[in-house]
Design a protein. Structure first.
Length: 348
């Protein structure tokens, strides 16, 4: 039996969003019945027990539609997400669900992430060196594995308040689709829109006050899939766009990690030192912080597109300045932005 062809990418994205809205609601009911709850602690940004594992529904919707698109849409028509990404995303989802239930060690998680990224680098149809010849020989793929694994983890680290990862994935998915259309390279267009649609549906239930959380089962495979698409984009020659589109996420996570390293604090220990967490502690609501990040992401999407259609360096410099300014504002929100103090998280 021959599968019918996947519809237009925009229709597929809207179908994904509708299915995700229904699927996430069913997942919430099931998670509550099973008492699979994320209980608040000293480092949480929520104050009531909330179901964790909404990523189960997100991936249950997205992965089959990604496979359908890959099977029926040729790469030159904006389809063809590499099977290694689908397999890696599914494998990491299974491992991360087990982690959500049983709390695997940090070493086990990291080794799994590195293994998935290594296989991805070996099997992805990359068009050239990701670092554009700046790193010789084997150093290029080695650096790609480390950067990709870092991206997987930082998406997980940044998933700390209501709406933030939904906003990021929707923004990044739209950016990757636009860049796939504009770049002179066979990059997937439908796949990032499917991921954006799935997380748009999730946002219906995860916007503040969130009814459930994504969990590692969602954030880790999403980081892997999006990271793989960014690697493909950079290898096609558009390295600046690959840096600009997710700049807020990797900027906040990287600067926070570097600061903790300089202060000799445990890097694997949970904390509330990201800029977006500081903003909630200072009085901004989850919704307001996620909205600020969404606005910044709109500008980053525009700069990423500009780097492909014009020149890479000027948009990259503007994006870096924009992210640094946003981090500074979130660390010390001005009174007009903070408004009244949020009661969503205790002040550490």
């Amino acid at each position: 039996m021959t599968l019918p062809a996947a519809p237009h990418p925009l229709i597929l994205a809207m179908l994904t969003a509708v299915l995700a809205v229904a699927g996430v609601r069913l997942a919430e009911i099931w998670l509550r019945r099973r008492a699979l709850l994320d209980h608040p602690n000293a480092r949480s940004s929520h104050s009531v027990p909330t179901p964790r594992g909404g990523g189960l529904a997100v991936l249950a919707v997205a992965l089959p539609l990604l496979a359908w698109d890959t099977l029926t849409r040729p790469a030159d028509a904006g389809g063809g997400l590499p099977w290694v990404l689908l397999a890696g995303g599914l494998g990491l989802a299974l491992l991360s669900w087990w982690d959500d239930l049983r709390n695997l060690t940090a070493r086990t998680r990291l080794l799994a992430h590195l293994a998935a990224c290594t296989v991805g680098v070996l099997l992805l149809p990359l068009q050239g060196p990701v670092f554009q010849g700046w790193l010789p020989g084997i150093l290029d793929p080695l650096a790609v594995v480390l950067a990709w694994a870092w991206f997987v983890n930082l998406v997980n680290f940044m998933d700390g308040i209501d709406g933030i990862t939904g906003v990021e994935v929707v923004s990044l998915g739209i950016a990757l689709a636009l860049l796939g259309l504009l770049a002179a390279a066979p990059l997937p267009v439908a796949a990032p829109l499917i991921l954006a649609g799935a997380m748009a549906g999730f946002l219906v239930w995860n916007w503040h006050p969130a009814r459930l959380f994504l969990g590692d089962v969602g954030s880790v495979p999403l980081g892997y899939l999006l990271g793989g698409l960014l690697v493909m984009l950079a290898a096609s020659g558009h390295w600046a766009a690959a840096l600009i589109a997710p700049a807020y996420y990797w900027g906040d996570a990287t600067l926070t990690l570097a600061t903790r390293a300089l202060r000799r604090r445990p890097l694997a220990q949970a904390h509330r030192e990201h800029a977006y967490q500081r903003a909630v502690q200072a009085g901004l609501s989850h919704a307001r912080v996620s909205t600020v990040i969404a606005v910044v992401n709109v500008a980053l999407v525009g700069l990423a597109v500009l780097s492909v259609t014009w020149a890479p360096w000027p948009p990259l410099i503007v994006a870096a300045a924009l992210v640094l300014a946003t981090l500074a504002v979130l660390h010390r929100p001005p009174r007009w932005l903070a408004g009244r103090r949020s009661a969503e998280a205790p002040i550490a």
